[in-house]
Design a protein around this ligand. Structure first.
Ligand code: FES
Length: 364
């Protein structure tokens, strides 16, 4: 598991910079004090959950959102900073706050890094297909890899609506300048007229199936990183499958499935009328009844408000827990790899009991 030291926790970090990336995206840089450097050490590709406490939101509800780290993993001696990209979402409670209110010098509650869409630098050839803000974790992955591994190569296929909406244009161009022989870049704009040297249109399965083998020897790629809207990630995955790429070489992170919790589904026939969940968290366990329709995360949160979560939408993986006994049904899962579900991990925010007793371990 590629996480910072210990289970994810919130700390207040000072905002060191707010940089406007596009009309609807900013980058927030946080200063990490010496005593928290170890806790915020990250593997490129991980994300941070940011929290605005109840009371700050006007309607009394706490808001959490996860944002990927875009900065390269720092050397041990580098000053401690973390940078995330935040794209404005229409009506988005946290992104509006980030864009309109957060200023240099403010303190924001930031969870320690989490997520398994990662690449620990290693020699070899790597590639990514990203859309929109999906560039954010891949920028960190590519920059760290190219800097640390002199023989590694990275091919980035990115799509966005227009040049003006494209996040991290300069940072990506900088990689191209610094590593002209090892960094390959193809940019496709979906809403821009074809111009000299620029591709346009949508990246669908058919197009990617033709494009990728023309760019690089597909069978020699040690890791593929697909990140962005659900449709693009699905198209890229289908293209790679059609090209014979092994499933264990493909890593996926979906952004923007929706901005809220999953719609609870009615319990299927055969589901137990009364269930309890036992949860182990930070070495302490408790057992509580699960109320009708609620997820196991909600049951645990009513009793242990320190239980880890961020999106409650099956996307970020922060609520991952090991299913010790019993069985659950998950509404949806965009976060866990097949190996993780096979090993017994579930997303607590999406899980409902299928047996009268269910036991989860958040510490594993
Ligand atoms: S809280 Fe994000 S997947 Fe459960």
């Amino acid at each position: 598991m590629t996480q910072g030291a210990g289970r994810a926790r919130f700390h207040r970090l000072r905002v060191a910079a707010v940089d406007r990336l596009t009309d609807d995206a900013v980058a927030l840089t946080f200063a990490v004090p010496q005593e928290l450097r170890e806790a915020y050490r990250f593997t490129p590709g991980q994300h941070l959950a940011l929290r605005r406490a109840a009371g700050g939101t006007g309607d009394g509800a706490e808001v959490r959102r996860t944002y990927s780290i875009c900065s390269p993993a720092p050397a041990a001696t580098a000053p401690g900073t973390l940078r995330v990209g935040v794209r404005m979402v229409d009506g988005g409670a946290f992104s509006t706050y980030a864009h309109k209110e957060i200023a240099v010098g403010d303190e924001v509650e930031v969870m320690t890094p989490a997520g398994r869409f990662t690449l620990a630098p290693a020699p070899g050839r790597y590639a990514a297909v990203v859309g929109g803000s999906g560039i954010t974790p891949v920028l960190s992955i590519a920059a760290t890899l190219l800097e640390r591994e002199p023989e590694a190569r990275f091919c980035l296929v990115r799509s966005d609506r227009t040049t003006a909406s494209t996040m991290f244009l300069e940072e990506v161009a900088d990689l191209k300048d610094r590593y002209p022989d090892r960094f390959q870049l193809v940019t496709v704009f979906s809403r821009e007229e074809q111009q000299a040297g620029l591709a346009s249109g949508r990246l669908d399965t058919e197009r990617l199936s033709a494009l990728l083998p023309a760019l690089l020897p597909v069978d020699q790629v040690a890791g593929w990183f697909l990140c962005g809207p659900y449709g693009l990630v699905q198209s890229a995955e289908r293209a790679l499958r059609g090209l014979g790429v092994r499933r264990d070489r493909v890593h996926e992170e979906i952004f923007h499935v929706d901005d809220g919790p999953a719609t609870p589904r009615p319990a299927p026939t055969g589901a137990p009328a009364h269930s309890t969940v036992t949860a182990q968290l930070d070495g302490r366990a408790g057992t509580w009844p699960v109320q009708d329709g609620e997820s196991l995360l909600e049951t645990v949160l009513r009793n242990r408000p320190d239980a880890p979560y961020a999106c409650k939408g099956g996307v970020c993986g922060t609520c991952r827990a090991f299913l010790v006994s019993g069985s659950v049904r998950m509404d949806r899962n965009f976060a866990l790899e097949p190996e993780e579900t096979e090993a017994g991990y579930v997303l607590a925010c999406q899980s409902h009991p299928s047996t009268e007793q269910v036991e989860l371990d958040f510490d594993r």
